[in-house]
Design a protein around this ligand. Structure first.
Ligand code: NDP
Ligand code: OXD
Length: 307
C-alpha cells in the first residue's frame, strides 16, 4: 500500500509515526517527497499536486477534511474515487463546538458579555431549553451527531436536509419546499451544509428574514455560504440577535473586517473541528481495506450531487 500525504506537515509527521506502528507494510511519503509518483496508490490531501498525470497508479483521493468541495473536479480523472473524512475525532470536535455555541446563544452570552464591558449589572428573563427551537441545516454525519446532546439538554430540535431523516425527537424538513417552514421555527439556526452550487450564498437576507425575529446563527459549514453584509444588516436591524461564525470567505478575514470587533459576533478561525490523526488513520485504513476488497468506502463523494 503506497500512500502519499500532502497537507499540514506536522500532522503528516504524526500520521507517519502512527502508520509505521499500525501498518508497517505500508509505504508512506509526505509531500513534496513523493518518490516515484507512478507508485502512489492513495493520495491523502487537502489539495492534490497540480499535475496528476505522473500518478499513473492513483486509486483513490482522500480528503483530509470532512469537506471535499475544495478539489477542482474538472482537473481530476473522472473515474477517480474521491472520499471525504468521516471519523469520530472530527465528529466529536464539532459536537463540542456546536454545543458550546448553542448554549452560549441560548443563555444570551453575547448580550451579557457586552453588558460586562459596559459595566451593566442587568438581568433578563431566561427561556428553558424546551422552549428554544433549534434548526440544523444539513443532517449528515455531523448534523445528526450535534443533534444528540442538544436533544439530551431538552431543546426542541428540527433538521433540514435534501432527503427525509428519521431521528427520534427531531422534526425532519426536506428540500426547498419545506425550507421556509423549517426557518420559521428556528430560534437558533446551525449551518452544517456542504458547499455546493445549491448552498453557496444560502445564508442571506432572504433566509434571515424567514427566521423568528431575534434568532441567532451558528455558521460552521463553509465560508461561501454566508453573505457577510446581509448578516451585519440583520444584526443591525435586530432580525438576528447574535452569531457564532467559524468559517468565512476569505479566510482569514482582512484586518478591517467588521466581524473582528462586532459585539454580537463570536468569530473563530475555522477551528470548529479537525480530523484527529489517531482516529483519522483508523478511518483511512478501514476505507483502503474496503476499497481493496471491493466494498463501498465510507464518505465517497457523489460528484453529480456535489458532496
Ligand atoms: P454530510 O455529507 O454527511 O451531510 C451533509 C448534509 O447536508 C446532508 O444531510 C445533506 O442532505 C444536506 N444537504 C446537502 N445539500 C443540501 C441541500 N441543497 N439542501 C438541503 N440539504 C442539503 O456532511 P458532514 O456532516 O460530514 O459535513 C458537513 C459540512 O460541515 C462539511 O461539508 C463542511 O463544509 C463542514 N465542516 C466544517 C468544519 C469546521 O471546522 N467548520 C469541520 C468539518 C466539516 P441528505 O442527507 O439528504 O443528503
Ligand atoms: C473539514 C474542515 O472539512 O476542517 O474537515 O473544515
Amino acid at each position: 500500500m503506497n500512500i502519499l500525504y500532502k497537507s499540514e506537515p506536522e500532522r503528516g509527521r504524526i500520521w507517519a509515526e502512527l502508520l509505521a506502528e499500525r501498518a508497517p507494510e505500508a509505504h508512506f511519503r509526505q509531500w513534496p517527497d513523493d518518490g516515484d509518483p507512478a507508485e502512489v496508490e492513495y493520495l491523502v490531501a487537502w489539495q492534490p499536486p497540480e499535475d496528476l498525470r505522473p500518478y499513473t497508479s492513483l486509486k483513490v483521493l482522500f480528503s483530509v477534511g470532512a469537506g471535499a468541495e475544495q478539489f477542482d473536479y474538472a482537473a481530476l480523472p473522472p473515474d477517480l474515487p474521491v472520499v471525504r473524512m468521516i471519523e469520530p475525532g472530527l465528529t466529536q470536535g464539532m459536537v463540542e463546538y456546536v454545543t458550546f455555541a448553542v448554549l452560549g446563544l441560548h443563555r444570551e452570552m453575547p448580550r451579557y458579555f457586552r453588558q460586562q464591558r459596559e459595566k451593566q449589572w442587568l438581568e433578563h428573563s431566561s427561556l428553558p431549553a424546551a422552549r428554544r427551537r433549534i434548526g440544523v441545516m444539513g443532517v449528515g454525519t455531523l448534523g445528526e451527531a450535534v443533534l444528540q446532546p442538544l436533544l439530551a439538554l431538552g431543546f426542541d430540535c428540527a433538521g433540514w436536509s435534501r432527503t427525509p431523516k428519521q431521528i427520534a425527537g427531531v422534526t425532519s424538513f426536506v428540500g426547498t419546499e419545506q425550507l421556509n417552514a423549517f426557518l420559521a421555527r428556528s430560534d437558533i439556526l446551525i449551518c452544517l451544509l456542504p458547499l455546493t452550487t445549491a448552498t453557496e450564498g444560502i445564508l442571506n437576507a432572504d433566509l434571515f428574514s424567514q427566521l423568528p425575529p431575534g434568532a441567532s446563527l451558528v455558521q460552521v459549514g463553509r465560508g461561501k455560504q454566508l453573505n457577510h453584509q446581509h448578516l451585519l444588516d440583520a444584526l443591525e436591524s435586530g432580525q438576528l440577535a447574535a452569531a457564532v461564525v467559524d468559517v468565512t470567505s476569505p479566510e482569514p478575514l482582512p484586518g478591517d473586517h467588521p466581524f473582528w470587533h462586532h459585539p454580537a459576533i463570536w468569530l473563530t478561525p475555522h477551528i470548529a473541528s479537525q480530523a484527529q490523526p489517531e482516529s483519522a488513520l483508523t478511518a483511512l485504513l478501514e476505507n483502503i481495506r474496503r476499497f481493496e476488497r471491493g466494498e463501498p468506502m465510507h464518505g465517497l463523494i457523489e460528484r453529480e450531487r456535489g458532496y
